[in-house]
Design a protein around this ligand. Structure first.
Ligand SMILES: Cc1cc2nc3c(=O)[nH]c(=O)nc-3n(C[C@H](O)[C@H](O)[C@H](O)COP(=O)(O)O)c2cc1C
Length: 330
């Protein structure tokens, strides 16, 4: 059965790319889209930043036709600001607006925003209602199990946010207190799926990093789809591999060195196009190691890639990697 968010048809058991600050930008989303992801989100965008027209926030509104369906994720601590930000984000014509109630960080941007709202569900409900009322687009929410072990209140959150009109809910199987530590626990997510009052799609998130886990957790936790974050960094093939397995029951071969080089190169080229030469080269540096994870004796090339300063030198090094490891791994 097809999963629907409002009128957006995501097909059967969709795979979603998690919103990730400094990662899920247009260049990275391009390679995920090439590899079969069903739905993507922008990095989180500060509502205050949008209202002040801050360059960094506004840049994150850039979305492209080929990315659809795509959601813009916003966060904030003030209801009025969230209302305004929803209008600004909607004017960028995404397919939906997502609210971040999961950010665990206590820095200035997240103070009173993100997962903090899990401590005050009444306020979370009011904020969500304000966002829903400020746009004609479907609104989705991404959150955690609760604030800490003693207050795992996502069951109540799911019901109350559905009642004010959200169209899907993604739950990261950790509390705010856990940050990213420990194992994600999806059992509460299954409880929500089994709640007969819940009609909206429920997506599971947290720690899915293999085909086996995706297949096992799909069965075990009964979710409508899975959102993947970290495992896609440097490995966007995870989407096509899981999708292929679900369709055929068979494993696709792992990407070859040439494929790794080509996808890394595409990511690099898109970075330059979208961010300009200097920032494109700089921000790509954090991705190289991930594209070539598990390749023995790669360190020398990684060091080189993260220090080179010209586009042509980086292309030449990628060519060199392709040739050298082609031979070694044959
Ligand atoms: C580098 C990084 C940045 C993130 N930024 C965001 C964000 O902007 N918005 C959000 O809702 N979650 C953010 N998250 C959380 C992820 O969306 C996701 O919930 C979390 O990583 C667990 O999923 P995973 O185990 O598949 O990575 C971020 C996570 C990471 C690792």
């Amino acid at each position: 059965m097809s999963v629907k968010i409002g009128n957006i048809d995501l097909g059967e058991f969709p795979l979603l790319l998690a919103p990730m600050e400094d990662v899920s930008d247009p260049p990275f989303r391009f390679v995920c889209k090439q590899n079969g992801v069903d739905m993507m989100y922008t990095e989180f965008i500060s509502s205050e930043g949008l209202i002040r027209d801050a360059a960094k926030s506004v840049a994150k509104l850039d979305i492209f036709e080929y990315e659809r369906p795509i959601g813009i994720q916003i966060f904030g601590s003030e209801i009025e600001s969230m209302r305004e930000a929803t209008k600004i984000a909607s004017a960028a014509h995404p397919d939906l607006i997502d609210i971040n109630y999961g950010c665990p960080v206590k820095n200035v941007a997240c103070r009173g925003a993100g997962a903090s709202l899990l401590q005050d569900i009444d306020r979370m409900v009011l904020m969500t209602k304000a966002v829903v009322e400020s746009t004609s687009l479907p609104v989705t929410v991404k959150t955690r199990l609760g604030w800490d072990d003693n207050t795992k209140n996502v069951y109540e959150v799911a019901e109350r946010l559905q009642d004010v009109g959200i169209k899907a809910l993604t739950i990261h199987g950790r509390t705010r207190a856990q940050m990213y530590k420990g194992e994600a626990d999806w059992s509460l997510i299954r409880d929500i799926k089994r709640n007969p009052r819940i009609q909206i799609p429920i997506f599971g998130n947290g720690d899915v990093n293999s085909i086996e886990k995706a297949a096992d957790w799909r069965m075990e936790y009964e979710v409508d789809g899975i959102m993947i974050g970290r495992a896609a960094i440097g490995y966007p093939w995870i989407f096509r591999e899981i999708k292929h397995f679900f369709k055929t029951g068979e494993y696709l071969p792992e990407p070859t060195i040439s494929e790794r080089v080509e996808v890394c190169r595409t990511h690099f080229e898109k970075s330059i196009l979208w961010k300009g030469e200097k920032t494109g080269i700089f921000e790509m540096r954090r991705h190289y190691a991930n594209y070539f994870k598990g390749i023995p004796d790669f360190k020398e090339y990684r060091m080189k890639l993260v220090s080179l300063e010209s586009i042509s030198d980086i292309h030449a090094t990628l060519d060199e990697i392709n040739e050298r490891f082609q031979i070694e791994m044959a």
